[in-house]
Design a protein around this ligand. Structure first.
Ligand SMILES: *Cc1c(COP(=O)(O)O)cnc(C)c1O
Length: 312
């Protein structure tokens, strides 16, 4: 776990400029009379990608203000969050610990190899141990073992994360009617909902089943963050393809075609499902003619390493 003296002084706010908006050209959109633009948050930073950067930013600032030198978080073996946290730690001079759901003996994924190369210390927990991570004495045990640290929750979702996601939508300078984003824990969606006070319709395309809890969770986060908000939003559960990280041929085919035709890569866990859902809704005439839709590319392309057999 080495960090250079240079990175210790790098101000956290200065690394990422506003990301670009790019119009997606597609005969279908002309036919249906809608416009689709993509906010390229996959281009935030080469190593700290998309919404994971947005969610980390104010956590990093808080950790630095608290004088913490160690960041600890949780994730799976392909986690975009763990990848981003490891890179951010290296860049900004924090030590990092990743508590990983899995067995230490398992072969390292590209994600975990990258995290270790950035200096992240990995500790493995089996499924049953991992499930206990929300118990109060679990974090006590971690502090006994590792000393004091700044805890970033799994997936990076907390109120500080919402603040970074608000900035993502504040960067959009054109008027629009609808905004789409992929949702996992719902933190990014909650940040967007909190940041927009206009008439736009916001849709979170859920990448997991969790119908019973996600909508409630987003509503709770928004309420805590804004204490009352007027934007219209929904979570769409029609395009999770069977659940988290589940795929089928139609999804893989769509992603390949989109990547080639638009020259914008997608991955199958989040952004691929969102864009599939958006195209399907447009096909079905869901959006009134004249609608301008913005889809947020939340990044996560490093996670493609888990799908080598589909994408080579
Ligand atoms: C983590 C992630 C999401 C989901 O974000 P939440 O804030 O957990 O809803 C969406 N897209 C990508 C690429 C991600 O890595």
């Amino acid at each position: 776990m080495q960090n250079t003296a240079l990175s210790l002084t790098l101000p956290i706010v200065m690394v990422v400029k506003a990301t670009a908006l790019q119009q997606i050209m597609e005969p279908l959109f002309l036919e249906m009379g809608v416009e689709v633009w993509m906010k390229r948050d996959d281009l935030t930073h080469p190593l700290i990608s998309g919404n994971k950067w947005r969610k980390l930013k104010y956590n990093l600032i808080a950790a630095r203000e608290e004088g913490q030198h160690l960041l600890l978080s949780f994730g799976g073996i392909y986690s975009n969050h763990i990848h981003a946290l490891a890179a951010a730690g290296k860049l900004f001079g924090f030590n990092t610990i990743g508590i990983i759901r899995g067995e230490p003996a398992d072969e390292r994924t590209d994600t975990l190899r990258f995290a270790e190369a950035q200096g992240m210390q990995l500790h493995f927990l089996d499924r049953s141990g991992y499930r206990l991570k929300h118990e109060p004495d679990f974090s006590e045990q971690l502090r006994d073992r590792f000393g004091d640290f700044y805890l970033v929750p799994e997936g990076g979702t907390n109120l500080a994360a919402l603040r970074g996601c608000v900035e993502m939508v504040e960067e959009i300078e054109i008027p629009y009617d609808c905004l789409c984003v992929a949702s996992g824990t719902g933190g990014t969606l909650a940040g967007i909902v909190s940041g927009l006070k206009g008439k736009q319709q916001i849709t979170g395309f859920s990448s997991l089943k969790g119908e019973d809890t996600l909508t409630e969770k987003v509503a709770g986060l928004v309420k805590e963050f804004t204490r009352g908000n007027l934007s219209k939003w929904e979570v769409c559960f029609d395009y999770h393809f069977g659940g988290y990280a589940k795929v089928n041929e139609a999804l893989i085919g769509f992603i390949k075609k989109f990547t080639i035709e638009q020259n914008i890569p997608l991955e199958p866990v989040y952004t691929g499902k969102m864009m599939f859902g958006l195209y399907d809704r447009i096909k079905k005439g869901y959006y009134p003619r004249g609608s301008r839709i913005i889809a947020i590319h939340t990044g996560g392309l490093q996670g493609l390493c888990g799908y080598k057999k589909y994408f080579g």
